[in-house]
Design a protein. Structure first.
Length: 177
């Protein structure tokens, strides 16, 4: 690789899809990730999708030579405003909790990040070491059959919903206030 050259910014998209039979399924833009079968338990599938996106984020190391994925997408992440891509690459999560059906992880530049709505910055590229200093190779997530550790890409290992703890009810009828 030529020093100073850029590599395309990466994106990962996890999506919750509703079906006509009132079931939902989860898809991931990484083809190697296995998703659970359709389910009518929307809450469990939403938790699975969120955790799957978090697992991809834990594996991703922001590359200091990553180009802005937003710029490559013609600034689709921040429609209505333009920016000149510049600055340190960041790993961001774009997720609108009001809609709650799409989680997008992306390597974007420092200039585009503030223009993107519903964004959380998850990581920042490390500055290259000084000339002559040993440079460690950046960790790159291996895309394999088990792309996401902890079983999150496996339907058999989908996180179980923890039982909700409820307060014990006090005896007697409720009073109107």
């Amino acid at each position: 690789m030529i020093p100073g050259s850029r590599v395309p910014g990466r994106t990962w998209t996890v999506r919750l899809i509703g079906h006509g039979d009132h079931s939902v399924s989860v898809t991931c833009s990484v083809e190697a990730c296995r998703m659970p079968p359709r389910s009518k338990d929307t809450g469990a599938m939403r938790r699975f999708a969120a955790e799957h996106a978090r697992a991809h984020a834990r594996l991703a190391t922001v590359r200091p030579n990553a180009a802005c994925a937003c710029g490559a997408a013609e600034c689709a992440y921040h429609e209505g405003s333009r920016a000149s891509c510049a600055g340190t690459p960041l790993l961001v999560l774009v997720h609108n909790p009001a809609v709650g059906q799409v989680w997008t992880l992306a390597e974007v530049c420092q200039s585009c990040a503030p223009l993107i709505g519903n964004l959380s910055v998850l990581g920042r590229a490390q500055r290259p070491a000084a000339a002559g200093a040993p440079v460690a190779a950046p960790a790159v997530a291996q895309q394999s059959r088990t792309a996401v550790p902890g079983g999150f890409s496996s339907p058999q290992a989908a996180p179980e919903a923890s039982p909700a703890r409820r307060r014990p009810q006090r005896g007697g009828p409720r009073r109107a206030r």
